[in-house]
Design a protein around this ligand. Structure first.
Ligand code: PGA
Length: 256
């Protein structure tokens, strides 16, 4: 049985006081109705990681960062290392988000280095992939996602995969209000399992937790999460309010 995961990507939102307010509200809701099969993860901005970790002491909510640099340390002004993230108490890191690929020119070779350094520092990786609208319209979706999986995860072992969660996030669905239909998402998720089997070993695909991301909301969560190959969601906009994030967690519990 694969674990259900609902992860919130806060992006560049929330000051430290705002972040604490949000996690305290979320914690209260989750303590009143503890999820039985869903792992909940929050990924606030770097500045809020340590305070949020403190606020989450004794709870089951996982904590993750949204990025790391690919070297252990050095003269890289403004960057944050995997060890620094680890030292805040975070256990996860999002790598390869389409906004990083787009605005910071992160391509496969960079993402591959970041994933390797994260794993070396014992951070679990939420690895994002997905095609643009243009690529989908040209019928290139499967080619794009299989290339991303192949090159981003280059040189990794089947053992490494145990510390990776894949998030399929079609770029055209992120922050646009347009969601992939459950069938469109399911088709890609099921294909990704075949690709993982081919690249690693048989069973790699079946064992991988694969999340869907892109305008997931309380209203559409249940239909997406009830697909057999969708194991959870990476949520942007709707995770910024405790209420809507909690409703998505509840949807996961119901279909799980
Ligand atoms: P969204 O973002 O839910 O706001 O579309 C998802 C993501 O970027 O991870």
């Amino acid at each position: 049985m694969r674990q259900k995961v609902i992860a919130g990507n806060w992006k560049m939102y929330k000051t430290i006081p705002e972040a604490l307010r949000l996690v305290n509200q979320l914690r209260k809701k989750l303590e009143a109705q503890p999820p039985r099969r869903t792992r909940v993860i929050v990924c606030p901005p770097f500045t809020a990681l340590a305070p949020v970790h403190e606020a989450l002491q004794g709870s089951n909510i996982g904590l993750g960062a949204q990025n790391i640099f690919w070297e252990e340390e050095g003269a890289y002004t403004g960057e944050i290392s995997a060890a620094m993230v680890k030292s805040t108490g975070a256990k996860y890191v999002i790598i390869g988000h389409s906004e990083r690929r787009r605005y910071f020119h992160e391509e496969e070779a960079i993402i591959n280095k970041k994933i390797k350094i994260a794993l070396k520092n014992k951070l679990k990786v939420i690895h994002c992939i997905g095609e643009s609208l243009e690529e989908r319209e040209q019928g290139l979706t499967m080619e794009v996602v299989s290339n991303q999986v192949e090159w981003d995860l280059k040189d990794l072992t089947p053992q490494d995969l145990k510390n990776i969660i894949i998030a399929y996030e079609p770029v055209w669905a992120i922050g646009t209000g347009k969601t992939a239909t459950p069938e469109q998402a399911e088709e890609v998720h099921s294909f990704l399992r075949d690709i993982l089997d081919a690249l690693f070993d048989k069973g790699a695909g079946k064992g991988m937790t694969i999340l869907y991301g892109g305008s997931v909301k309380p209203e559409n969560a249940a239909s997406l999460l009830s697909q057999p190959d969708i194991d959870g969601a990476l949520v942007g906009g709707a995770c910024l309010k405790a209420d809507s994030f909690f409703k998505i967690i509840q949807a996961s519990e119901k279909v799980g």
